[in-house]
Write a protein that binds this ligand. Structure first.
Ligand SMILES: Nc1ncnc2c1ncn2[C@@H]1O[C@H](COP(=O)(O)OP(=O)(O)OP(=O)(O)O)[C@@H](O)[C@H]1O
Ligand SMILES: [Mg+2]
Length: 229
């Protein structure tokens, strides 16, 4: 059986500067895959290519369909929910309005998002700009879930957030994995938290995938060299 998301030999460039030189990556239905690597190694660029926000060479298929032939709004409709780097929400809209604006039919609705993140339910009527960074990240995740995706992509799941709220977000991601069986592609700097939540990881270095496997089996010398930990 083929994976839900299958990326092979992905190459991409910004103008004349090549950023990806051959990324291979698979996410099966229900699987949580960590996409790792030091700063500037191509994680966000890979995500942009998968979400059709930039042109790429190589293979990208989702549910057996060639994604490169579809415009990006179709990619979203196919079922990819993105939580982008920098967690963009509509700052002047309330929590509720942000969630409704993203809604597509399915099991994820306001009530389900509120159960995952009770803080959001409590702050339904607040405008997004008045939320803390962690609450805004919860809202960004909630928005992606409201599209009822088959694959959720989190680019920097907890970057720049306070430790307590980080823990809440990791806990929610763990629950998503256990209870919803959603396929997740996740980027973060915390090896410890990624090890706890992911089935597998793919490590990028200079725009290439250079290692893939369960993080428990990551050799310390590779962790040091490619992740700096
Ligand atoms: N908008 C852009 N224009 C030009 N070059 C870019 C742009 N975005 C990224 N790059 C370059 O592409 C390469 C890969 O960057 P990318 O943002 O994909 O890395 P990353 O792994 O997500 O890094 P980080 O951990 O810092 O988020 C880097 O050399 C970066 O400088
Ligand atoms: Mg990035």
């Amino acid at each position: 059986m083929s994976a839900l998301l299958q990326v092979s030999g992905l190459e991409a460039r910004y103008g004349s500067s090549q950023a990806l030189f051959g990324v291979d990556l698979e996410v099966a239905a229900g699987e949580v895959v960590a996409l790792m690597g030091r700063n500037g190694m191509g994680k966000t660029t890979t995500v942009r290519c998968i979400c059709r926000m930039m042109r790429a060479e190589g293979g990208i298929s989702f549910d057996g369909r060639d994604l490169r032939r579809l415009p990006s709004h179709r990619a979203a409709r196919l079922g990819i929910g993105l939580v982008p780097e920098g967690r963009r929400c509509f700052a002047d809209l309330t929590v509720q309005e942000n969630l409704i604006a993203a809604a597509r039919p399915g099991a994820w609705d306001m009530a389900a998002v509120g159960r995952l993140f009770p803080r959001l339910a409590e702050r339904q009527a607040q405008v997004a700009r008045s939320l803390s960074g962690g609450e805004q990240q919860m809202l960004a995740i909630g928005r992606a879930l409201m599209t009822n995706p088959r694959l959720l992509i989190l680019d920097e799941a907890t970057e720049g957030l306070a430790p307590l709220i980080r823990a809440e977000i990791w806990e929610a991601i763990g629950r998503l994995k256990r209870d919803s069986g959603l396929a997740i592609l996740i980027i973060d700097k915390s090896l410890k938290d990624l090890t706890a939540v992911s089935d597998r990881a793919v490590i990028l270095a200079r725009g290439r995938s250079i290692w893939s496997g369960a993080l428990e089996g990551l050799p310390p010398d590779l962790a040091q060299r490619y992740l700096g930990v």
